[in-house]
Design a protein around this ligand. Structure first.
Ligand code: SF4
Ligand code: SF4
Length: 225
């Protein structure tokens, strides 16, 4: 577990450094308290990200863990209802679809934009910021106001014409570099199966459970090194 967490932290640092390089010179509207993109998020994460989140959650004060456990249950119920009403199957193991920006917009536009990510604190900050998954790290945009309009009404024209291509361009450049970095990380962590940690996606609310007796979160993942 120690090596897995070391990999998860190292991985997050490398991701941030690539993002910082590819966005240098770009004007970004993102910043603390800007949370429009934290609503209606489909919480599909990579296995390594699930373990990273688990570690961050279990470091939070117990009262915060309880609140998040309750929000996770609400999120799971509302997300599944909204997705199924549109014929979208959140259980489907299709990671590319789960992370597709257009699909995300579709789900958000169908009643999900009122459902906050369970990790969003009342003060507008992310309670697991250092361990947030790559989909959050890669959701960036230049104009906060355009972003607000789009997240509030994701089926509007601007969604596809402005935000999605912006994120897609960043992702394209990011993954080109990330694949190179991942090979370097595999050499540092030869005992870990990075293809499984990176390739297997989990719908988080289904795999993350709160133990009310010990007051800790636990995770059930197919690959648990
Ligand atoms: S992606 Fe948009 S909503 Fe999210 S932090 Fe950036 S500007 Fe704000
Ligand atoms: S994990 Fe954090 S950054 Fe990502 S959607 Fe949730 S609150 Fe927002």
């Amino acid at each position: 577990m120690d090596r897995l967490l070391s990999f998860a932290e190292n991985r997050a640092r490398v991701i941030d450094s690539i993002i910082s390089e590819i966005t240098s010179g770009l004007r970004l509207g993102c910043g603390k308290g800007c949370t429009y993109c934290c609503y209606g998020v489909p919480l599909w994460v990579r296995t390594v990200e699930a373990f990273h989140l688990l570690e961050a959650l279990n470091k939070l004060p117990i009262k915060d863990r309880r609140v998040i456990a309750s929000r996770l249950r609400r999120y799971e119920r509302e997300y599944l209802e909204a997705a199924q009403a549109q014929g979208y199957t959140p259980e489907s193991p299709v990671p590319e679809e789960a992370l597709d920006v257009g699909k995300l917009g579709l789900i958000c536009g169908l009643g999900m934009n009122e459902v906050p990510c369970p990790f969003l604190s009342e003060d507008g900050s992310c309670s697991v910021y250092e361990a947030r998954p790559s989909m959050c790290r890669l959701t960036l945009f230049s104009d906060r106001e355009v972003c607000r309009k789009d997240w509030e009404n994701p089926l509007a024209f601007a969604w596809k014409s402005e935000i999605a291509p912006f994120i897609d361009r960043i992702k394209e450049e990011f993954y080109r570099r990330w694949n190179v970095e991942l090979k370097k990380l595999q050499n540092i962590y030869p005992e870990l199966d990075l293809s499984r940690l990176e390739g297997e996606m989990l719908f988080l609310p289904k795999h993350l459970r709160f133990d009310p007796v010990k007051k800790v979160f636990r995770i059930k993942a197919p690959y648990n090194p």
